[in-house]
Design a protein around this ligand. Structure first.
Ligand code: PEP
Ligand code: MN
Length: 346
């Protein structure tokens, strides 16, 4: 439930609403806005009797949020949430940041070379997994802590913001020491204890859609993070498992306008996992920007043929630079711009 205050409501009136919500056994979440303050009521499972609150001075109206997800809904917050993961790296505004890098951190040379290449092409963030969720226990599992150290080194060398995955509670705390944004992978989208942990840590979270998750499932998973007090959530469409082996996954671009309608949170697109094929990444990156994506996550490796994971969908440096060139033009056509691109071009 959301209590919308009149535009001239006093601090004492807002405080009285909060106190009444507390006395009813729920938690108040005041949200000052440009036009007016709203006070969210959290902790309820089902409709709340609003009679005590409706009569309080300064209350303009009460909105009963009809969706199972509350704090992530547009009803809760009509304006877009802008998630800033590092100075100048924001998702949800007009600018579209690109985060690129290898699937896995492999060696110092590989990650530093990747960082230099993606930065030169105009990316403002570096991705790369230190903890890798692999389908087979015999596949490369990532360098773990050593991988995080190498990401920290690449950040020192290039200044790029770091996005890297955490797979469990212990890893989340380790990742939080180095990363600007903690990635929760598709396989962990419904790992609710991990979602609560990253909610409590409070750092920005990139939450990838599970490969068999509905958009409602995705939004409910985001709700777990917000309900722990962390509003810095970026959603990510990365493709769904389908019956068709022509691509690795079915890249659901419709999710972008659907999420924009249902939620105020930004949504980025990952055409690398979405397609699984290098030659399909560029067209689908263009399509994602045209569809309104708030950012892109792209796998790039200096030598994709030698990659220890996801080489088939990784672009080399030259291909990545061409992708950046192409998406700049698409962004312009939809009245947006690729973040940092002016500096990179100059
Ligand atoms: C990744 O980003 O490398 C990854 C493992 O992605 P996903 O969780 O979407 O499969
Ligand atoms: Mn990958």
């Amino acid at each position: 439930m959301l209590v919308v205050m009149t535009h001239n409501a006093t601090a004492a009136e807002i405080e009285a609403v909060c106190a009444t919500i507390t006395s009813m056994g729920y938690t108040p979440a005041p949200m000052p806005g440009a036009q007016r303050t709203a006070v969210g009521l959290v902790g309820n499972d089902g409709r709340v009797d609003d009679t005590l609150i409706a009569e309080l001075p300064g209350v303009a109206k009460i909105i009963h949020v009809s969706n199972p997800y509350k704090q992530v809904s547009r009803e809760w917050r009509p304006e877009n949430t802008i998630v800033t993961i590092a100075p100048g790296v924001s998702f949800g505004g007009e600018d579209i940041p690109v985060i690129a890098g290898p699937c896995s951190v492999e060696t110092e040379q590989q990650i530093v070379e990747s960082a230099i290449l993606v930065k030169a092409a105009g990316a403002i963030g570096l991705r790369g997994g230190a903890f890798k969720p692999r389908s087979s226990p015999y596949s490369f599992q990532g360098l773990g802590k050593k991988g995080l150290e190498l990401l920290a080194l690449a950040k020192r060398e290039t200044g790029l913001a770091i996005v890297t995955e955490a797979m469990d509670d212990e890893g989340a705390h380790l990742v939080a020491e180095v990363a600007d944004c903690i990635q929760i992978g598709a396989r962990n989208m419904q790992n609710y204890s991990l979602l609560k942990t990253v909610g409590r840590i409070g750092k920005p979270v990139l939450l990838k859609r599970g490969m068999a998750a509905t958009i409602q499932d995705l939004l409910l998973s985001a709700e777990y993070i917000l309900s722990e007090g962390n509003p810095h959530v970026i959603l990510c469409e990365r493709g769904l498992r389908s019956f068709d082996s022509a691509s690795r996954n079915l890249f659901d671009l419709t999710a972008i306008p659907v999420v924009h309608q249902l939620s105020h949170l930004p949504i980025v697109a990952d055409p690398s996992h979405g397609t699984g094929r290098r030659d399909k990444v560029m067209p689908m990156a263009r399509a994602a920007v045209a569809a309104g994506a708030d950012g892109l996550l792209i796998e790039m490796h200096p030598h994709p043929d030698r990659a220890l994971s996801d080489g088939a969908q990784s672009l080399n440096g030259e291909q990545f630079a061409e992708l950046m060139h192409q998406i700049r033009r698409v962004a312009e056509a939809v009245d947006r711009q690729i973040a940092g691109s002016i500096a990179a071009v100059a």
